[in-house]
Design a protein around this ligand. Structure first.
Ligand code: AGP
Length: 626
């Protein structure tokens, strides 16, 4: 979820681009850079860290060098995916002759193959990023077009040719020292908008970057290339045929623009979940069906030697680990323990070099989880990190890493990070099962295909949330709400309760449904709301029937039953005061759809109570103290 800004017009571009990047800072980033075209030269500065580092470097440039005078330029804030956050990996990336600069948001799935081809042609790479390939490919294509047409048209045609060679998700901007007054952009599976000015035009990953200059925008469509000059906007498809984007007038204020028009970041991030799932899955299946992890400093033999898995995490990440336990044990037949990171090292866990410790963390800086990881390494266990923040402490200190590609999660209450952690855990389980010979490549591919169907199922859930919001408003004054579930529905019940606690400051508690009769059912009184997460009847029928019995138990004691069940499940209808259907999903993957209504439910109750949904009281986004 990098920040992208481009400008061309009559005014100096640098300050406009930097202001645009500042407006995109909310997205989170770990490096930043700019490229300006001035007097036939390309001037580039980029730095790891915050924009202040970049601005300091710019201030130290000799005056009159052209950086502050150029009227065409691009800028980028990077949220690292491939390659750690360093100066050399920061964008823009340059062609070998420093004539073309490129910035990128997304993931180029076939970059490894492209890099091999380019290196074989004598290109020396200066970074670890997938983006640098594009800079070299553009130089190759513009050279092949040399002499044909105006330089800006040549750059646009080169971009079309390069885009046809790329797989994955990308928003790209490029400038060419030989094409002053032109910025070329392209998009596939990643947003790109044009801002139309008078004698000037803008490109950005979202309208927040240029909203103070113009509210007339064009949203580019899939597989489109756009050429902007101060007085023109030309859009084509990747084959060069004229195309049209979607014109719109921005009626949000700048603050709302950062939230994409949503009232809060949490709602925006809930809505981003289908894309976050798709991005986390993208490029994960190798040519012969093997699962591709990110940084693996463990051999297949190391993984074959594993005789126990231990998952450590906190809060929502811990709940994703509880779900993972069911999948990992079912697929690998390895024992899998899940422990709160803050408890882990004080319980003297039984660990050795045959134990695989999986540390799950969105921020990668949670001190409880980091200390648990260090303890595991002292005990010679091997550590695999599942993390959403490239280059943070937890993945840096691990032996292997699987990055979730949820993009920056701004709201303290974790939503898209949770769903992508689930996907990452499934991928780790499948990888272990395959490496250990428990599952064949076709069996792994079959589950990955089920996972690849999940973004559209989550989309369907999001389209049906209005009754959930109405129910939330009706229950906003409840004193307490209970949550019950079995199997993978039990961690979902815990997660639903946590969301309600941290957002609505309301007492809430999750239980294993079978545990009710051992005490908690005494809590049920007339009208007590009880959220019941029901497994698919198509999975393990016995589980389904037992949860239906548990619903009857609480209903018999006066509970108001709020049932989350699979579309078509008629058995629950007689016992549900409120019924929320979710799409039919394989048993182990069900949390990907059943957790979403609980996120919306908690968010709406918090809003109804007038709370700051994004920054709940007493909480921090990353707890970097023990
Ligand atoms: C969840 O909504 C909370 N924000 C919190 O429980 C969080 O999941 C926990 O602090 C772990 O954070 P991490 O994933 O960054 O390690």
């Amino acid at each position: 979820m990098c920040g992208i800004v481009g400008y061309t017009g009559a005014r100096p571009a640098l300050s406009i681009v930097l202001d645009g990047l500042h407006r995109l800072e909310y997205r989170g980033y770990d490096s930043a850079g700019v490229a300006m075209v001035s007097d036939g030269e390309l001037l580039v500065e980029k730095r790891a860290g915050k924009l202040a580092n970049l601005e300091k470097a710019l201030d130290e440039l000799p005056s009159g060098c052209g950086m502050a005078e150029g009227t065409t330029g691009i800028g980028h804030t990077r949220w690292a995916t491939h390659g750690s956050p360093t100066d050399r990996n920061a964008h823009p990336h340059l062609s070998r002759d420093n004539g073309i600069a490129v910035i990128h948001n997304g993931i180029i799935e076939n970059f490894a193959k492209l890099r091999v081809e380019l290196e074989a042609a004598g290109i020396e790479f200066t970074s670890d990023t997938d983006t640098e390939c594009v800079a070299h490919l553009l130089a190759e294509e513009t050279a092949a077009l040399d002499g044909g047409g105006r330089p800006e048209q040549r750059l646009a045609e080169a971009m079309r040719r390069v885009c046809r060679r790329l797989d994955g998700a990308f928003t790209l901007l490029a400038v060419d020292a030989r094409a002053p007054g032109a910025v070329v952009g392209a998009r596939r599976n990643s947003p790109l908008v044009v801002g139309r000015g008078t004698g000037e035009n803008y490109l950005a990953s979202d309208v927040a970057a240029f909203i103070e200059h113009t509210r007339d925008a064009i949203e580019l469509g899939q597989d489109q290339v756009v050429l902007i000059t101060p007085d023109s906007v030309e859009i084509t498809d990747f084959d060069g045929r004229p195309a049209a984007g979607k014109d719109f007038h921005i009626d949000w204020d700048a603050s709302a623009a950062e939230k994409g028009g949503y009232d809060c970041f949490m709602l925006k991030e809930i809505a981003e979940q289908p894309r976050a799932l798709a991005d986390t899955l993208r490029g994960r299946l190798g040519a012969s069906g093997e699962i591709q992890l990110d940084e693996v400093r463990l051999s297949d033999q190391d993984l074959r030697d594993v005789d126990k898995v231990f998952i450590v995490a906190c809060g929502t990440a811990y709940h994703s680990g509880l779900v993972a336990k069911y999948a990992i044990e079912h697929w690998t037949r390895l024992p899998c323990e899940v422990e709160l990171a803050s408890e882990f090292r004080y319980r003297d866990p039984v660990l050795d070099r045959s134990t695989l410790v999986v540390a799950i963390s969105q921020s990668g800086e949670t001190m409880d989880t980091l200390m648990a990881l260090r303890h595991a390494k002292e005990q010679k266990a091997r550590v695999l990190a599942i993390c959403n923040t490239n280059g943070s402490s937890i993945p840096r200190e691990s032996d292997a890493v699987l990055y979730t590609h949820a993009g920056p999660e701004i709201a303290v209450a974790s939503t898209k990070a949770f769903l992508t952690q689930l996907v990452a855990c499934y991928l780790v389980g499948l990888h272990l099962a395959q490496v250990r010979g428990i599952k064949y490549a076709d069996e792994v591919s079959a589950v990955v295909e089920q996972l690849q169907a999940m973004p559209s199922k989550v989309d369907r859930v999001l389209e049906t949330m209005e009754p959930v919001r109405e129910l939330a408003r009706a229950l906003a004054d409840s004193r307490s709400i209970l949550f019950i579930g079995r199997h993978v529905g039990y961690p979902v019940a815990l997660e639903g309760a946590l969301k309600l606690k941290e957002l609505a400051y309301m007492h809430a508690e999750g239980f294993a449904a079978g545990e009710l009769k051992h005490g908690p059912i005494a809590l049920v009184d007339q009208g007590t709301p009880v959220v019941c997460v029901v497994p698919s009847p198509a999975g393990r029928g016995v589980l389904h029937d037992k949860v239906v019995s548990n619903i009857q138990e609480v209903r018999a004691r006066g509970a108001r039953t709020i049932v989350i069940a699979e579309e078509g499940d008629e058995a629950v209808v007689p016992y549900a005061n409120d019924l929320i259907y979710v799409p039919r999903t394989p048993t182990l993957l069900a949390p990907l759809v059943t957790a979403v209504p609980l996120q919306v439910f908690a968010c709406e109750i918090a809003a109804a109570r007038g709370h700051d949904v994004d920054q709940p009281r007493n909480l921090a986004k990353s707890v970097t103290v023990e």
